[in-house]
Ligand binder design. Structure first.
Ligand SMILES: Cc1cc2nc3c(=O)[nH]c(=O)nc-3n(C[C@H](O)[C@H](O)[C@H](O)COP(=O)(O)OP(=O)(O)OC[C@H]3O[C@@H](n4cnc5c(N)ncnc54)[C@H](O)[C@@H]3O)c2cc1C
Length: 379
């Protein structure tokens, strides 16, 4: 079946999902379909406004929870629908989820009470600050120093590529406390965005979004800033990323479903050589190829989310879904541009935007090559 909206009903109808997921997909799709996504001009202001809007509509309400884990099929459903409709809506939603997941799963009662209500209302903005100029894929190399100082810590160093880093009210920051070698010497902290000594500078991106590098200069935090146990920050980071990986696959499916829809409509409406583009055999072949990849990506993503929610070991399924869906989305969007011809290259047209928006998914939360290595090692 052709996905006319963000979801392929054939996949959503499988027993991997329950009625509450089908209901969620339908409600969110309806909410998104009726929206005017235009907003403030700058990416930071747009992200802030979108988060407030999504929060006010109740789509983040589940983040204020005492349950140890957010249910992953719902998270994938939300990302797929939001990505289908609006890149930035998916972006702000996903980062809010990442930050809240760290607080929910590792925060003390007091930390959860302080941060989750704002994150769930969209009035408080979260960020997850792991990457550094010298530590991206290799998080064990994180160097930002957190030196003990009285009963607290003083942070010195830099983070970079941080989504919402320039607008965040609270950041989960991975830093080196030196309790052990390599990954054993890392601790996670909750740092307020307005902490003295923290300075965020926006980075321009291929698809405009709130994205920043952050300098920490004698930035002091109290003992209550430690998130989880001292020396266990690497575990916090890997756990949050491993769970989120399949949601990147879901977003990729959302982008790809949109590109496929646009390409199909265009191919059916455009005439060339006395027929419709959609009647030319090589165009048909391209559309069929897009459809096959889209189906495979949807099914791998659904399987990973189902495995996680069923309490099964899901690490390999999550990586497999992310590698396949993000690579396939890149190919599907590229094929859509080809079917549009020159019209697909017009700046700020929907297909041209998708071409830029989908690229980062193959890099963040584990580049394809890093995940391929871990899949190979699990064989
Ligand atoms: C849009 C976007 C948003 C982001 N948001 C955040 C955020 O909110 N918080 C945050 O902390 N970080 C964020 N990042 C950073 C992201 O996590 C890193 O870009 C990612 O981990 C890769 O690190 P790197 O860019 O330093 O690349 P590197 O680690 O330098 O790797 C470069 C390339 O080398 C190859 N490579 C690396 N390691 C291996 C390996 N073991 N085997 C084979 N090949 C390998 C891969 O092709 C990889 O793409 C974001 C990035 C993007 C693009």
């Amino acid at each position: 079946m052709t996905p006319a909206t963000a979801f392929d009903p054939d996949v959503l109808g499988l027993p991997l999902f329950e009625d509450r997921h089908r209901d969620l997909a339908e409600r969110l799709d309806r909410w998104c379909s009726g929206r005017d996504w235009a907003g403030p001009a700058g990416p930071a202001d747009r992200c802030r406004a979108l988060l407030a809007e999504i929060g006010a509509a109740g789509w983040l309400r589940h983040l204020d929870t005492d349950r140890p884990a957010t249910e992953l099929r719902s998270l994938c459903v939300r990302r797929q629908v939001l990505a289908y409709h609006e890149d930035l809506a998916d972006y702000v939603y996903s980062i809010q989820e990442l930050c809240a997941a760290a607080v929910t799963r590792y925060g003390s009662g007091e930390q959860r009470r302080r941060h989750l209500p704002g994150l769930a209302a969209g009035t408080g903005i979260g960020a997850l600050a792991l990457s550094e100029p010298g530590a991206g894929s290799d998080l064990a190399a994180v160097a930002l120093e957190a030196a003990p100082d009285g009963d607290g810590f003083v942070l010195n160093g830099a983070k970079t590529w941080i989504a919402q880093g320039d607008i965040a009210d609270v950041l989960v920051v991975l830093a080196r406390t030196g309790d052990g070698p390599g990954p054993l010497g890392l601790t996670a902290f909750l740092v307020p965005g307005d902490a003295p000594g923290l300075k965020a500078s926006p980075i321009g991106a291929i698809a405009p979004r709130s994205w920043a590098e952050i300098a920490f200069t004698d930035c002091r935090v109290g003992p209550d800033a430690v998130l989880g146990e001292r020396g266990r920050g690497y575990v916090v980071a890997l756990d949050v990323l491993e769970r989120a990986r399949m949601t990147v696959a879901a977003a990729a499916v959302g982008f790809a479903a949109r590109a496929f829809r646009l390409a199909l409509d265009h191919a059916r409406g455009r005439r060339a050589f006395g027929s419709r583009l959609a009647d030319l055999q090589l165009v048909k072949s391209s559309l069929a190829d897009m459809r096959v990849k889209l189906s495979a990506a949807s099914l791998l993503t659904a399987r990973a989310a189902w495995a996680a929610d069923s309490g099964e070991d899901y690490a390999e399924a999550s990586s497999t879904a992310k590698v396949y869906a993000t690579e396939a989305a890149g190919e599907i969007v590229d094929a859509a541009v080809q079917i549009f011809g020159a019209a697909g290259l017009v700046a700020d047209s929907p297909v041209e935007r998708l071409y830029r928006q989908v690229r980062s998914l193959r890099i963040y939360e584990g580049p394809s090559e890093v995940l391929q290595m871990s899949i190979a090692e699990s064989l």
